[in-house]
Ligand binder design. Sequence first.
Ligand code: SF4
Length: 756
Amino acid sequence: MNHSAVDQAQKAIGCAMSRRKFLGCLAASGLLAAFPGALLRPLEARAQGGFQEGLEMFRNACPRNCYDTCSIKTFVKDGVIQYIEGAPESTFTDGGLCVKGYAYTRRPYSPDRVKYPMIQSGRGSGNWKRISWDEALDVIAKKFIEINEKDGSMLGLALSKYSGNFGITNYGVEGMMTSLGYTSRFVGTPCWPAGIDAQNYDLGDMWCNDPEDLVNARYIILWGANPAWNSVHSMKYILEAQDRGAKVVCIDPVFTQTAAKADVYWEVETSMDGALALGMARHILDRELHDREWVRNNSLGFEDFADYLRREVTVDWAAEQSGIPAEQITRVAEEFATAKPASIWIGYGMQRHVNGGASVRSVDALVAMTGNVGKAGGGARYGHLRTWGFNYHALLQKRPEGAVGFLGTGGPMGDFDFTGDVQDEYTDRPLNMNKTAEEILTADDPPVRVLWVSCKNPLSQDFDRNKMVRAFQKPELIVSVEQYFTETVALSDIVLPVTTLFEEWTVNVSYWHYWMSINEQAIKPMYETKSNIEIAAALSKRMNELQPGSCTFPTDIDTKDWLAREFNQGIYDLFGISSWEELKNGPVKAKMHPASWHDLQFGTPSGKYEFRSELCAEHGHQALPKFKEGRKPYDKLRLLTPHTKFGIHSQFVNIDWMEEFNPEPFCYLNPKAASERGIKDGDQVRVFNKIGEVRLEVKLTEVVPPDVVMMYTAWFRNNPYNCQNLVDDEASDMGAYKTGMPGVAIHGQFCDVARA
Ligand code: SF4
């Protein structure tokens, strides 16, 4: 895009809805006070209607790692986005976006955007210089050829990629790596692996009810979930269920905005969720409120579980462990068991512990023993990948002839390995994504010589940042593909500018709801940005110019054509369409039963719900959903680092409109803990532990317990704050079975605080 077009864009956007106007709109509508529990409607958040003539509408989808994966309508005039709104055709998106979504228009036109390929002279020096795509690709391609010749393989090239953009064609990044040979891949998922394994042991897969079916529940327990911030569209179903008479219980160590909407709130002792669930199960068993018929017909090992409960669990013990009074445990347990259908939403925070998988299994057991699995309005809701059956065409590339890799069986594993049944003599080298720093520092034969980072900001989001900074000194070349100059880019050698969702074709589905949305290219790529698959093609072209046959990725691609290649008959049948082009008329919903496991055919080895899982025992865990201790405290206070309402991981917080709400990082501390340390509200404090420290403002509040410090995971463009200074890479108990690597005990961290 030339400068006049950029000026025009900025003028149009500034005119359409300035930051002040955006805030004013929110305030005038009363939504600022209710926000973000309230879903913002386009009429409130949109600018004045000055663009009614000549607007062209495009379909987009929010590809961030968010439950809601919204369907978006984007309105463009003269090649410039005027405004966006939620697509009303999706009953889930229902015409509204969250506040982050409405700020999307600021992303493509942000002055902070990475606009051109750039090279940094001296990693971390800030001495960046604009270079051409040809120059950038030349440096990279020559380095790839050099390491292949030096090592005899491409294993010295490591890919660090995760959830920055879940558009399906972005799996072309993995495809590009395959096209180059056998490479090293960071395997696993930081977000939810222990819970995925737990649900696989119990049910045979992770599969949740349609969230729209929450309206049918007569009792809802939101266990460690905060949809008022993290799944705003789901709140309307919870509130509707409440209107219809359902009781809502929120269990969370922190009094969240979701808790404020609940009928009952339990401030559970962090990581003691399993004890609480088992105490409830014991009481249900004692009162014979479990569903004997369901358990007899559909489960395995219930009697063993019941024996365990009778021998080793009491309500008083559960009360002592969890901090919830015994009489409340018995009351809610009875209500839950008798109010059919009843459902539990298991949030991802609960399983970010060394006992996280065991805790999720205990909660699953509570839902199953009350006969609430396989029922509309019921279910142990965690997530699903049932609508993700695309071709992954961009991913499935051939290796170059004669490529040599890692000898052994340890290639990429789990649900995020899309290589199918292909059995090669060699594999890629798996590195643990949840120990990225450690892997870079210790990988040998060959070492990680080149690091390629895409759809990820490891310096902000991965664990033990001090170790990560050391690790980023080791590779010979670090390439980041980014939209902004993040912390990760700052420690890279080359940054390649990548498109926003408005500038590329792709398709999106959700790990929560059942909708699919096309993502059309609404505007031409700004500046010199390219999509991930265009970058792969450009790199392949240069590789083949330098060394014919060294990369099998196509050298010339049409992104729309590649979108079309993602579809197959299975996807068409599942969504009831005959062509992907139909998605241009609006998002479509999978023709799936709203109740997961409605046919009671479970994916476990026995085909039943398994209270006793021999597979789980084979994998080194307990066969029954027994209590497992949390991480032993190593400092005075517990550290919690959940998501902020103003961002997702490191995204959105740097957008100017978000900065207006949330300009600086801060932490929450209970007044009791503060007075013990002579800390006052608004003080600058130092939060520290054995691996590092952060300095930030403190806000005193009783929404966090007296033994907790809470701060949000985020990336601020003008502030060195990083909560990963305090989070080490201690593993959670489960995750390796289905995602390749265990998760991380993100909330099993401890610290202390003092005035700075
Ligand atoms: S962040 Fe989530 S709720 Fe907000 S627009 Fe994106 S998908 Fe929708």
